[in-house]
Ligand binder design. Structure first.
Ligand SMILES: Cc1cc2nc3c(=O)[nH]c(=O)nc-3n(C[C@H](O)[C@H](O)[C@H](O)COP(=O)(O)OP(=O)(O)OC[C@H]3O[C@@H](n4cnc5c(N)ncnc54)[C@H](O)[C@@H]3O)c2cc1C
Length: 300
C-alpha cells in the first residue's frame, strides 16, 4: 500500500496530505488518520486521481465538511477526497441554479437571495456542503433538499452522468446511489422570493437553532434518525438517557438527540454511548433507532 500510495501524488495539482487526522475534518473532532487526504483542483484532477486509486485498488471516500461523519479511531485505509474547490454556482433559466458539490449551504442560500430567488431557506442553518446535503437528503422543518432538486450530476464509473431526480430513489435522510458514486453538482429549482423574506427565514432559523441546538460542545447534529411518526430525542429522553456519558462522549443535556464531545471523546466512546442509547430506547419503547450520522473507518 505504502509504495502504491507514494505514486498516487504524481501529476496531482491539488492538495494531497498523508496520514491526515480525520478529527481535523469532522465536527465531532474524533477519528484516526486517513492514509491520504486529497483536495483535487478540478474535474480533470479528480478523474485522474480516481483512475490512479482504482488502478491500485486503493479505496476512497468523498466527504464534504464532515458535519455528519463519525470516523473510527483507527482512521481510514485509503483516500478521503474533499471537493471543497468545486465551488461554483451558475444561474440557469427558469429560476434554476447549477451548484457544485463543494458550495457551502449558507453561501448557496445567499446566492439565491441576491438574485431574488428563494425556497431553500431551510438549508441556511444546516452546516456543510451541497454534496453532503444531497447525499444525506438534508432538511429541516419538514423540507428536504432533494424536493428542490431537478437533476444530479454524478461521477459514476469514472463517467460524468446526469440523472433526473425521478431516476433516483430517495426518502427521509436517504438517497440511494451506487457504491463509488460521487456527487459533482446539482440543479436546484428555486422560486421568486423577496430578499427580505429570505433574510427573515435565515434570522428565524438562526434564532431557533440558537435556542434549541446550542449544546456548547462539538456534535454532528442529530445522531439518530427520527423513526416514522416519532421524535428520536423524545424516545431517548423517555429511556432516561439524557446526560448519559461514556468517556468524553455525552448525550447532550440540552438536546438528547445530540451526542457531544465534551473534550477528550474518542470514536470508541461515541460508538459505545450510541449502542447504550439504542439498547435503552429499544427496551423502553420497542423501537430500534437508526444512526443518521455516517460511521466509517477502522477500529483502533
Ligand atoms: C449543529 C448541527 C446541526 C445540524 N442540523 C441538521 C439539520 O437540521 N438537518 C440535517 O439534515 N442535517 C443537519 N446536520 C447534519 C449535517 O449538517 C448534514 O448532514 C450535512 O448535509 C452534512 O454535510 P457535509 O458537507 O458536512 O457532509 P459530510 O458530513 O462530509 O458527509 C456526509 C455523507 O455524504 C457523503 N458525501 C459528502 N460529499 C459527497 C459527494 N460530493 N459525493 C458523494 N458523497 C458525498 C459522505 O461520504 C458522507 O457519507 C447538522 C449538523 C450539525 C453539526
Amino acid at each position: 500500500m505504502e509504495k502504491q500510495a507514494q505514486r498516487i501524488g504524481e501529476g496531482f495539482r491539488g492538495e494531497l496530505l498523508r496520514n491526515e487526522p480525520m478529527g481535523r475534518h469532522t465536527s465531532l473532532k474524533v477519528g484516526g488518520p486517513a492514509d491520504l487526504y486529497a483536495v483535487p483542483q478540478d474535474l480533470d484532477d479528480l478523474q485522474q486521481l480516481l483512475r490512479q486509486l482504482e488502478g491500485t485498488e486503493i479505496p476512497w471516500l468523498a466527504i464534504g465538511r464532515g458535519y455528519n461523519l463519525l470516523v473510527r479511531d483507527g482512521g481510514i485505509r485509503g483516500a478521503v477526497i474533499s471537493l471543497e474547490r468545486f465551488n461554483r454556482i451558475n444561474l440557469l433559466e427558469g429560476e434554476r441554479l447549477l451548484v457544485d458539490a463543494g458550495v457551502e449551504n449558507l453561501a448557496l442560500v445567499r446566492f439565491g437571495q441576491e438574485r431574488q430567488l428563494g425556497g431553500i431557506g431551510f438549508l441556511a442553518g444546516i452546516p456543510g456542503t451541497l454534496g453532503g446535503a444531497i447525499r444525506m437528503n438534508a432538511g429541516a422543518y419538514g423540507e428536504g433538499i432533494l424536493e428542490r432538486t431537478v437533476s444530479l450530476t454524478l461521477l459514476r464509473n469514472g463517467m460524468v452522468t446526469v440523472f433526473r431526480m425521478d431516476e433516483l430513489s430517495h426518502g427521509y435522510r436517504r438517497l440511494d446511489l451506487l457504491p463509488g458514486d460521487l456527487v459533482l453538482s446539482a440543479t436546484l429549482q428555486l422560486t421568486p422570493r423577496d430578499p427580505a423574506a429570505t433574510e427573515e427565514e435565515i434570522r428565524r432559523d438562526i434564532e431557533l437553532r440558537r435556542s434549541k441546538h446550542n449544546v456548547g460542545f462539538p456534535s454532528a447534529g442529530s445522531f439518530f434518525k427520527n423513526p416514522p411518526g416519532q421524535a428520536a430525542w423524545r424516545l431517548i429522553d423517555a429511556a432516561g438517557m439524557r446526560g448519559a456519558q461514556v468517556g468524553g462522549a455525552q448525550v447532550s443535556p440540552v438536546h438528547s438527540n445530540f451526542l457531544v464531545n465534551t473534550g477528550r471523546g474518542t470514536a470508541a466512546d461515541f460508538l459505545k454511548l450510541a449502542a447504550q442509547v439504542k439498547a435503552a430506547v429499544l427496551e423502553a419503547s420497542g423501537i430500534t433507532l437508526e444512526e443518521e450520522v455516517r460511521i466509517v473507518g477502522e477500529e483502533a
